[in-house]
Design a protein around this ligand. Structure first.
Ligand code: GRF
Length: 206
């Protein structure tokens, strides 16, 4: 089906942006019961499921059930929208070339957690977000698109996070749409966007 399954762990503001953009989402799956994003999806009549990682003895056992649930919906794309689990190479391989993540930094700077805090501590003047294909190397897969924001004097972790999040909500739906429209091509580990949209690939909010 030309639709996405979205995996979440939390509040689901990126999920909401994706839904508001009219992207077809066939299911939303959370590893955390009560994640805010589940209610956002349910309100729109989208099937929601919880697969709690803590219920499983191993990462592989968790992912086996997660993959089985995803595959029931036969999605073209699997979207990680604030899904806070590290995935095994086996899982990543199963969805190779059709697994997208959004990361709150301008990769390759600041992979991992607490990106806004680290950006402030590092004194960078530009920060932002990255949509990328997921590979077995954490936060290192082929970059689809990035949006940059200025780091302003007096910024706190919260103010900077909010500025980046605003851009996430523009960037992620756009990248997901490109994928579902068949516009993303991975060549030698680099992503090319077919067509006129290519000029919009990277943008700067400042
Ligand atoms: C976002 O900052 C995203 O970049 C990161 O996790 C956060 C998820 O936020 N991967 P939300 O659940 O989409 O509101």
């Amino acid at each position: 089906m030309n639709s996405a399954v979205v995996l979440i762990s939390g509040r689901g503001s990126n999920l909401q942006a994706i839904l508001e953009a009219g992207i077809p989402v066939s299911a939303v799956i959370s590893n955390v019961a009560g994640a805010g994003g589940l209610a956002i999806a349910a309100k729109r009549g989208i099937p929601t499921l919880v697969v709690r990682h803590g219920d499983f003895a191993s990462r592989e056992a968790f992912e086996a059930i997660l993959a089985a649930e995803i595959d029931r919906f036969a999605p073209r794309l699997v979207v990680l929208a604030g899904f806070m689990r590290v995935l095994t190479p086996g899982f990543v391989q199963r969805y190779a070339g059709r697994l997208l993540n959004i990361h709150p930094s301008l990769l390759p700077a600041f992979p991992g957690l607490q990106t806004h805090r680290r950006a402030l501590a590092g004194g960078v003047k530009r920060h932002g977000c990255t949509v990328h294909f997921v590979t077995a190397d954490l936060d290192q897969g082929p970059i689809v698109a990035q949006a940059a924001v200025p780091v302003l004097p007096g910024d706190s972790e919260e103010s900077l996070a909010a500025r980046v999040l605003q851009q996430e909500h523009v960037l992620f739906p756009r990248a997901v749409r490109w994928f579902l429209d068949g516009k993303l091509v991975i060549e030698k580990g680099l992503v090319r966007v077919k067509g006129d949209d290519a000029q919009l690939l990277n943008f700067d909010s400042a």
